[in-house]
Design a protein around this ligand. Structure first.
Ligand code: DQA
Length: 148
């Protein structure tokens, strides 16, 4: 199956951005780890990051024609603000697993609401970069199910 890893604003700074909150792994390191793990299981992974809401929306539109089995999505701050990205995900009709490095539930109140939680298969939050691996493994398991 083919998966799409989508990361939102400021995640290009992973590794140097608030490492106490987000850890020391860089985004390229996470992307390479995930692509290798997908390949080990006979799957493919595309990776995309943007700081721009419209560019992320355009990427989801393009994904409609790419036979994506599951979007692994960390919308970052857009999690808490973007009806437009939510609508783009709904329009794509693609399955999605929401990921957050930090445990947003124990942070500021404005991070407690997600525009994606109720339309995602599920959310992985608080496990740092390992959360991306967990999300990929969940997507792989789901892709193997006959009745998804
Ligand atoms: C984040 C959590 C968001 O609240 C924050 O705006 C981010 C990263 C996370 O991965 O923990 O940029 O999505």
């Amino acid at each position: 199956a083919h998966f799409l890893l989508l990361n939102g604003p400021n995640l290009n700074l992973l590794g140097s951005r608030e490492p106490g909150v987000y850890g020391h792994d860089t985004l390229p390191a996470i992307e390479q780890r995930l692509a290798a793990r997908a390949a080990e299981h006979g799957h493919t992974l595309s990776c995309f990051q943007s700081n721009s809401e419209g560019t992320l929306i355009d990427r989801l539109h393009a994904a409609r024609d790419e036979d994506v089995a599951c979007v692994l999505f960390n919308p970052a701050a857009f999690t808490h603000t973007s009806v437009a990205l939510r609508d783009a995900l709904l329009a794509s009709e693609l399955a999605c697993i929401e990921i957050h490095l930090s445990n947003t539930a124990k942070r500021e109140a404005f991070r407690h609401h997600s525009y994606f939680a109720d339309i995602a298969i599920g959310t992985i939050t608080g496990f740092g970069a390992q959360g991306y691996v967990m999300a990929l493994d969940a997507a792989i398991a789901r892709a193997a199910e006959p009745t998804r």
